[in-house]
Design a protein around this ligand. Structure first.
Ligand SMILES: [Zn+2]
Length: 96
C-alpha cells in the first residue's frame, strides 16, 4: 500500500502517480492531487502522453522510409522524405 505524499491518503499501487516537483523531487501522489498540482486531469495527461508517443512513432517511421528512399532512389527522394517528416511532426503536434 502506498500513501499520497500530498494528502496522505492510502493509494492502490495502480492509482499511484509519480509527480516530479519543481525542485526535481519525485513524489507519489493520487490522481486528485495530480489534478490540483498540474491543473490537468490525469486522463488528459495520459491522452497527451499517448499522443506524443504516436507522434514519435510516426516520425520514426517517416525517417526510416526517408533513409530507405534516399538509399534506394537518390538524395532528392531523401530530401522529400525529410520535408514530409517535418510536416507529419508539425501536424501531429498541432492536433495534440
Ligand atoms: Zn492526494
Amino acid at each position: 500500500m502506498l500513501k499520497c505524499s500530498e494528502c496522505s491518503r492510502d493509494l492502490e499501487e495502480k492509482d499511484a502517480l509519480v509527480h516530479t516537483a519543481e525542485d526535481g523531487q519525485r513524489k507519489v501522489i493520487c490522481p486528485e492531487c495530480f489534478e490540483r498540482l498540474t491543473g490537468v486531469d490525469y486522463k488528459t495527461f495520459a491522452y497527451r502522453k499517448e499522443n506524443a508517443k504516436q507522434t514519435m512513432f510516426a516520425v520514426l517511421f517517416c525517417l526510416a522510409a526517408t533513409a530507405y528512399a534516399w538509399y534506394d532512389k537518390g538524395w532528392m527522394w531523401g530530401v522529400g522524405g525529410i520535408v514530409l517528416t517535418i510536416l507529419v511532426y508539425l501536424f501531429s503536434s498541432k492536433t495534440r
